[in-house]
Design a binder for this molecule. Sequence first.
Ligand SMILES: Cc1cc2nc3c(=O)[nH]c(=O)nc-3n(C[C@H](O)[C@H](O)[C@H](O)COP(=O)(O)OP(=O)(O)OC[C@H]3O[C@@H](n4cnc5c(N)ncnc54)[C@H](O)[C@@H]3O)c2cc1C
Length: 464
Amino acid sequence: MSKEEQYDMIVIGSGPAGQKAAIQAAKVGRNVALVERSRELGGSCVHRGTIPSKTLRENALRVKAMRQSAEIANFELPEEIELATLISRLGDVLDAHDEYMRRQVSRNNVELIHGRAKFVTPTQVAITDVRGNVSLLNSEHIVIATGSEPRTPSHIAIDHEHLFDSDSILSMLYLPTSLVVLGGGVIASEYASIFQALGVKVTMIDKYSRPLGFLDDDLTDTFIAGFEDMGGTWMGQSTVTNAYWDDKKSTVITELEDGTQICSEKLLCAAGRVSNVKDLFIENAGLEVNDRGLINVDANLRTSVPSIYAAGDIIGPPSLASASMEQGRRATCNALNMPLGSMNTMIPSGIYSIPELSSIGLSEVQAREKYPQAIVGKARFDEIARGQISGIQNGLLKIVCDAQGKKILGVMIVGEGATELIHIGQMAMISDNDIDVFVDNIFNFPTLAEAYRVAALSIIGQRT
Ligand SMILES: Cc1cc2nc3c(=O)[nH]c(=O)nc-3n(C[C@H](O)[C@H](O)[C@H](O)COP(=O)(O)OP(=O)(O)OC[C@H]3O[C@@H](n4cnc5c(N)ncnc54)[C@H](O)[C@@H]3O)c2cc1C
């Protein structure tokens, strides 16, 4: 017989969105159940996405730095290097994170229930655990935070042994000698450049002419130049018709529309992500997905069923851990009638490729569509003292301003430190400072942040 429990709130999914939603409800004294189908807490962010990829990146940067100092250190990676060695700290990072999350969940008296959730009615969820036992949970408030998983195009024969997706790529045993990366988005750019920095021969293939199409060309040019300087190959405007493992030749074959065949030891398909709704039976709650497979929400994260909220990747872009956490917290506050007002839409995007990229607000192309006379100021890292001292050759900070050269419309940065530096621009924009703030105030010297001052001076110099 199934067990039946009543909660003030049920949260489905323990990724960044679900976790923050559950903790917020508990913090205001509500009796909350957090349902997670996996053994671990933390979702893709902790186990397959953000944290593992950034841990590998840290080591790739070290390997790259050692190679650059090869004249002194005579450094070479051993031939058959296990991937696990390169993410050796990952276990420690994940354990520390898991421990922290479990303590936080238990300290706040959130009831953690491991099992697969599906809707029975808009206010009832059935949970099936690994042994097949079913329990029924009831609540007037439910937050869906079941995240996303990789999209697999039908012509790419993913086998998780030779052809991987972004969830399985780090389960590769050995560092391959060559890797084809399909896609030109954030995940593709990150992994392509990380593996190239580790010395793998990477070919990145996408149907668009350049990767990361939401950024301006000068930014992506700098990324491509950095990637190709390390030995990578970018193949834009190329349509992949088929990719498979050829047992006889012991190689992965990637076939392009123009007849080209590329052989590689491994392949990573990073062709976007799809929302995790398939097990949820959302129709039992009176919900449906939109034509992109996402759950629609309003500005308060409320779905079309008033008692059900949704947050994180399940509702679509920006599909970032950073945004998901805040959406989760807000979903709960709104559901429990503690409204916070609308969420600031000015969210930075951080791309942890090598070199790093980050942006906030409008790109130059987007700004010119609205304000044709927009003014742009740039600062190259190799022209400022810190860049020269640190030997940063390929870095660029760009500020886009209105036609009066006052209001900051957007900031874009490429180069190491970009994902941290962007927050200076973000704070200036959120506080509605005009561009003079970067000139009228004193920053540490020598720092990369000086680039803000240089770009601002360039804009002020163009005022009419
Ligand atoms: C390779 C990679 C790198 C990334 N790098 C970054 C980065 O640098 N910065 C950044 O901000 N973001 C990054 N992201 C994105 C980030 O990981 C996601 O935006 C974030 O994890 C979404 O959080 P979420 O809570 O919506 O879902 P998820 O983290 O996907 O968690 C959803 C949880 O729901 C559970 N679940 C699903 N269905 C059910 C069910 N029926 N019953 C019970 N439980 C269920 C799943 O097991 C999972 O634990 C990256 C993603 C990837 C793949």
